[in-house]
Design a binder for this molecule. Sequence first.
Ligand SMILES: Cc1cc2nc3c(=O)[nH]c(=O)nc-3n(C[C@H](O)[C@H](O)[C@H](O)COP(=O)(O)OP(=O)(O)OC[C@H]3O[C@@H](n4cnc5c(N)ncnc54)[C@H](O)[C@@H]3O)c2cc1C
Length: 623
Amino acid sequence: MGYDAGKYDVAVIGAGHAGIEAGLAAARLGCKTAIFTINMDAVGNCPCNPSIGGTAKGHLVREIDALGGEMAKTADECMLQMRMLNRGKGPAVHSLRMQIDRKKYASVMKHKLELQENLDLRQGEIVSVERNGDEWIVETRLGSRFTVKAVIVATGTYLGGKVFVGDVSYESGPDGIFPATFLTRSLLKLGLRLRRFKTGTPARVLKSSIDFSDLEEQAGDEPVIPFSYETVNPLENTVLCHISWTNENTKKIILDNIHRSPLYGGKIEGIGPRYCPSIEDKIVRFADKERHQLFIEPCGADTEEMYIQGMSSSLPEDVQIDFYHTIKGLENALIMRSAYAIEYDCVDPVQMYATLEFKDLPGLYGAGQFNGSSGYEEAAAQGLVAGINAALKIKGKEPLLLDRAGSYIGTLIDDLVTKGANEPYRMMTSRSEYRLILRQDNADTRLTPIGYKIGLINEDRWNKFLVKQQQIKDELSRLSDTVFSPTIELNNILVSRGTSEVSSGIRLIDLLKRPQISYKDLTEIDVDRPKLPDNVFEQVEIEVKYKGYIDKQLAQVEQMRRLENRLLPQNFDYKSLIGLRLEAQEKLNKIRPVNLGQASRISGVSPADISVLVIWLSQKDKQ
Ligand SMILES: Cc1cc2nc3c(=O)[nH]c(=O)nc-3n(C[C@H](O)[C@H](O)[C@H](O)COP(=O)(O)OP(=O)(O)OC[C@H]3O[C@@H](n4cnc5c(N)ncnc54)[C@H](O)[C@@H]3O)c2cc1C
């Protein structure tokens, strides 16, 4: 029997990327909040890659920042190298990625939590979560019982964590930290449907044992573009990454020992992330491929540990040593930490609303890897939404519901709660049907007004945001109002860029619409151009160049939002609705969509089923 240890508004179980954003958001919105962590020295730990962002994940980080979250600012503070990925493609898929100092990231985040008003950071394993009327009680392993109004479960890969390296397996969280072994039972008792997923990480190697002399270097991009809209100090790239490749020998060693893999030998039951496969998975699944690329990345500024991206494995340690040594540059590498796979318990996310509150358990929320996702950024995004919604509910305010047309965060959550996750869910730009309007460069335009309304964006930042929006508007009208005469100078520029000359006056906006012409090309003749920040010119140029496509997507958004406005009842038995196919009845009863839009995205609910729902809703309206 435990003892009464006091009350909080919100208890967050976990101080990983999800728990941090959840706790900060709830506390900043005025709720007395506690974050519980198994190990105080692993707050904001990055157990896998020492980097934040990347394709689509960079979009999430920008969106978190635009709403008032913390990940982007901390990443900027701990940056070692910045790259803008996919620059050769359209702006919809440009994605920021930063190598970060992982130890510094963790300590900066921990310090921010410690300094946050209304927030207590506590070491303690939560072993049970119980309902207590309209409230909840969370109990630590040492017997403290806290009464709270809302609980956010953000247990990551620790819940029922089990590590695998070849034949060896043991109960553990990541990085040798002990796992959460009791909470699963308590969550099952509440009626939650849980499942087992797995993920894996590569070895960490001693820098001085790597021969970099023949390896391709990968430098950061200049100038450095920060993640946060609030970062004003210039940032600097301070490290290089390197590229190497697997070869025929690597493949042979892996295939000769594949029977010793716990995955192929059937020891691992959990389902792994298809888009982050282990090296043995890649070699088996892409058997024709001669070689696989890998990146050698520093883990921090004051450590010699190097992360070998692309080489995660759960093969035995002796096999790992052998195949790592086949790689150019790693012939004599000293493996400081072996690669491993980890299996953990997580929840079937269709049991939640898009607020991340469990439908049948008011006041209980889920976030991060616990919800079936994978990745620091995906976790942080959900943590922010769960923290905001727990606080808004406690304050008696309207919930925050982000839709697919407004953000990648909305898309991520909608995918999880509508389609569920049959494997660890990772964000990708292809998951969004509105990616031309959901760019990383305009996350502030899309989401800062929401963050301000909620109360996570302060006045100073809001005023700066308004100035930027005005600058964009003014510059767009200047482009429409400015007309250039068909001078020799202008035509020389046009011809040199491979586009046709003009014989009469032309508006600046029409010149910029031409794919061959950029702002930079017109600098010399555009003498009245105002001095504006680069990110304003970037916004304006994208708006002008892609206007046709953007308008088309906005029309689709309108259509989608009409469906989203048609609400569906929450306690209705779809089995009683004649005309719906059996599969649709079952899926609708299981997922209980909140509106027609969500219903239309459930796999197994066809357009014909949607028509039945539309007719039924109109009949209900008439009645
Ligand atoms: C081996 C490994 C490989 C990975 N590989 C990748 C990858 O390739 N790509 C990728 O994108 N992501 C990868 N990840 C996933 C990434 O680490 C997670 O997605 C991310 O950290 C999830 O954040 P989170 O906040 O949900 O959970 P975590 O960061 O795992 O944090 C969980 C927190 O919950 C706390 N906790 C758990 N249970 C309790 C309890 N009962 N009581 C109190 N506190 C508790 C822990 O102390 C911790 O603070 C990997 C993770 C691991 C471990």
